[in-house]
Design a protein. Structure first.
Length: 412
């Protein structure tokens, strides 16, 4: 399903094409998050116009509502949502983690996944909670956040769930770990993930032959675990690489800092087969995109660009961290577009002052307009990156963006 186009001469950065039943994806690419079969505040036609190539939905949330059977009867995610481009589904493993170890350790998508970058994590300065899941070798029990009913995910049931959803790329159920888990726990979780992966491969093959589903041309991705421990990451990469997956995702704890994450990628990617795509789960900061592409990552997903847009934060190339917050009073009389180089609908029609007004007034149109901008900003950035790799000037482009692709928070 993957064709390599060009390998950068100075790094592992590469361009390629992922082939799916619903179209091709030019890589490297940012995958927009459509958790409940919808990119929040933006309809499918606008997503296409923005240039988004692929979206990722979440099996956990869609299982709870409206249910995979309903979605299957309506033609799978493509028929159900009206988005007819390439689609991925996550297994829900991260949501199970969030209800379990994530609550116990106070880490997650909103609480920092890199606790070493926060203030010292002493009791009382981060929110802890009680685990709401029961994890066993068979799978994981949890309660629905909608009605409290007990639910069970196994590697096999998640494959059936994702087959019903009909995405082009589906991910196996894995056990995510926290950056605060110790070596022994992380090793045990990794080994369970490997056993679950083998069961998922068997279930995928069996269901492919025996049952009708909305999209018979699905591809199954394995997930590399192992926390921020080099021996575990390399062991996991070698094990998952031998199971016949069409592609690979890198997930779980990526350490306590950005440098830890970059080390994880340096350990993992050289082991994975070069003829298959590599996806980095849950990462979407601009500096991290550059660093991960340089190490050979092909696709990314992250909810942050759309979430921060709804909170007033928008991307610009020149600002610190490549972002500004439109809630700031200094934009009250700023009649410039968010980014004068951007060709999105928002930048072509509206000023920072008007957008700030919408934000402060609580107008719902603000969510749509800023989300359009942030997603278009990222699709344009990824096109720049692809062009730079093709011209063997990726590092020069990173320098133009003021991005450090090495280990910015360590002495390495």
């Amino acid at each position: 399903m993957y064709a390599l186009i060009h390998q950068d001469t100075h790094s592992r950065a590469r361009t390629g094409v992922i082939h799916t039943a619903h179209g091709d994806v030019a890589t490297p690419a940012f995958v927009a998050v459509a958790t409940r079969a919808s990119v929040k505040a933006v309809e499918p036609d606008a997503i296409r116009e923005i240039g988004v190539q692929m979206v990722i939905s979440n099996s956990y949330h869609l299982h709870l509502r409206p249910g995979e059977d309903t979605i299957a009867r309506l033609g799978g995610l493509h028929g159900f949502s009206g988005w007819n481009g390439p689609t991925m589904t996550d297994s829900g493993g991260f949501q199970v983690f969030s209800l379990g170890a994530g609550k116990e350790h106070g880490v997650g998508k909103v609480a920092s996944i890199f606790p070493g970058e926060d203030r010292p994590r002493q009791p009382g300065n981060y929110k802890q909670g009680k685990s709401l899941v029961k994890l066993t070798e068979d799978g994981v029990w949890f309660r629905s956040v909608i009605d409290g009913s007990p639910r069970f995910f196994s590697p096999e049931s998640v494959i059936e769930l994702e087959r019903n959803l009909g995405a082009d790329i589906i991910l196996v159920l894995d056990e995510c770990t926290s950056p605060l888990h110790d070596y022994a726990y992380t090793k045990n979780a990794m080994e369970r993930t490997h056993r679950w992966a083998a069961r998922a491969v068997a279930a995928f093959a069996r269901l492919h032959d025996e049952v009708w589903f909305p999209n018979p041309e699905q591809h199954l991705f394995g997930i590399v675990q192992g926390g921020a421990y080099e021996d575990l990451r390399t062991e996991s990469a070698r094990t998952i690489a031998t199971m016949g997956f069409a592609g690979f995702a890198i997930g779980g704890s990526l350490g306590k800092s950005k440098s830890d994450m970059y080390h994880v990628l340096d350990w993992t990617i050289p082991i994975l087969p070069a003829d298959r795509p590599r996806h980095l789960l849950g990462i979407g900061e601009i500096e991290d995109i550059f660093a991960a592409v340089r190490r050979g990552v092909d696709t990314f997903d992250c909810a942050a660009p759309t979430r921060i847009a709804r909170n007033g934060t928008v991307f610009v190339k020149e600002a610190p961290r490549h972002r500004i917050n439109l809630r700031n009073a200094r934009f009250r009389d700023d009649f410039r577009p968010i980014d004068p180089t951007c060709d999105c609908f928002t930048c072509r029609h509206h000023s920072r002052a008007y957008l700030r007004h919408l934000c402060r007034a609580g107008e719902l149109s603000f969510y749509r307009l800023t989300t359009i901008h942030n997603l278009r900003f990222l699709t344009r950035l990824m096109a720049e990156i692809r062009d730079a790799i093709g011209a063997d000037r990726f590092d020069a482009l990173a320098a133009e963006w003021g991005v450090v692709t090495g280990y910015p928070d360590s002495t390495d």
